[in-house]
Design a protein around this ligand. Structure first.
Ligand SMILES: Nc1nc2c(ncn2[C@@H]2O[C@H](COP(=O)(O)OP(=O)(O)OP(=O)(O)O)[C@@H](O)[C@H]2O)c(=O)[nH]1
Ligand SMILES: [Mg+2]
Length: 303
């Protein structure tokens, strides 16, 4: 790896894990920090299943953000793997952004999660997200409670979606990081392969289109990704579901549903990769893939 610039004195660098319950806005925060849609965002909880890395390069700093799956009580093996991914990010991190939602009362699950994170003896910034949804004075009980909690460096209210408080949060994060040399090329935004980004985009479109059952039973596997001279890149992806009935729903009448997913996904893939692609989607059934270690490994959920 080549470093494009010699770092200045007091260059701040480190890993920052973004953790919190499902749906609090962790991926939205990552994307807004990077000004790039790195992580999938939907209204549904448990959208993120992997650790997602996004590198923020700026004058005097390189912040390596690790977006994570939400902290939850696992009920099946995929969820166990998701929780492990969050824990791994915390282990690697110099700083944790512990995110909670702006509400007028304390959620005991947040408190329990925070206690666990605090045991790791990492620096913690408490991020209160979605402040656009509640009047400021409603946050006072929350702030008052967490001000007295152990291990919290500072509390920063933000709206990741509306870009409120993000400069302050970024500055606080940089302040908390150690001095060092950059880990990555200072032009680099991530180290995920394009295949991974593509599979996440397709999965996001499924989360956006379908109700409760299908998204959670779905995973996307890139079978083929071919760069072609003078022609669009060719991508062939398989969407795996758990049951035959789910396959039918996903494909839809005359293939309409699958076609829409393909069109929506392709548009986003082209924006992300900054080139045209040809996307071919297939649907297959793999029973109980979420419960099975071998399939979880095959689909990249286990290390
Ligand atoms: N009003 C409002 N909505 C937000 C804000 N941040 C995120 N959201 C919304 O909250 C929902 C969840 O956002 P995500 O970024 O996917 O949340 P997450 O924590 O990554 O969720 P998981 O990956 O499922 O754990 C989406 O509908 C976002 O648009 C915010 O600051 N204000
Ligand atoms: Mg997420």
């Amino acid at each position: 790896m080549t470093l494009t610039k010699i770092p200045e004195k007091n260059f701040k660098v480190g890993y920052v894990a973004i953790v919190g319950q499902p749906n609090v806005g962790k991926s939205t925060l990552l994307n807004h920090f990077l000004s790039f849609k790195m992580a999938s965002v939907t209204r549904k909880p448990q959208t993120t299943r992997h650790q997602i890395k996004g590198i923020l390069n700026g004058p005097g700093h390189q912040v390596v953000f690790l977006d994570t799956p939400g902290l939850l009580e696992p009920r099946y093996k995929l969820q166990e793997a998701m929780l492990q991914a969050a824990h791994r990010a915390l282990q690697e991190a110099d700083l944790a952004l512990f995110m909670i939602e702006a509400k007028n009362k304390i959620d005991p699950r947040d408190q329990a999660n925070l206690n666990q994170v605090a045991q790791l003896q990492k620096k913690i910034i408490l991020v209160i997200n979605k402040v656009d949804l509640v009047p400021r004075q409603n946050l006072l009980p929350l702030i008052d409670h967490y001000r007295r909690a152990d291990g919290i460096e500072t509390i920063v209210p933000v709206s990741a979606l509306k870009d409120i408080g993000l400069d302050a949060l970024r500055d606080e994060a940089i302040k908390a990081l150690p001095v060092g040399f950059p880990f990555y090329d200072t032009e680099q935004i991530t180290d995920h392969p394009e295949r991974f980004l593509v599979s996440e985009i397709i999965r996001e479109k499924i989360f956006l289109r379908f109700g409760d059952e299908i998204p959670y039973s779905t995973t996307v596997y890139i079978e083929e990704f071919k760069e072609r001279k003078n022609r669009k890149d060719f991508i062939r992806a398989t969407i795996y579901v758990e049951k035959k009935s789910q396959k039918g729903i996903l494909i839809g009448k005359n293939g309409e549903a699958l076609k829409k997913i393909g069109t929506n996904a392709r548009e986003d893939i082209e924006t992300t990769l900054e080139r045209s692609v040809f996307l071919e989607l297939w649907v297959k059934v793999k029973e109980k893939w979420r419960e099975n270690e071998a399939t979880l490994k095959e689909f990249g959920y286990l290390g």
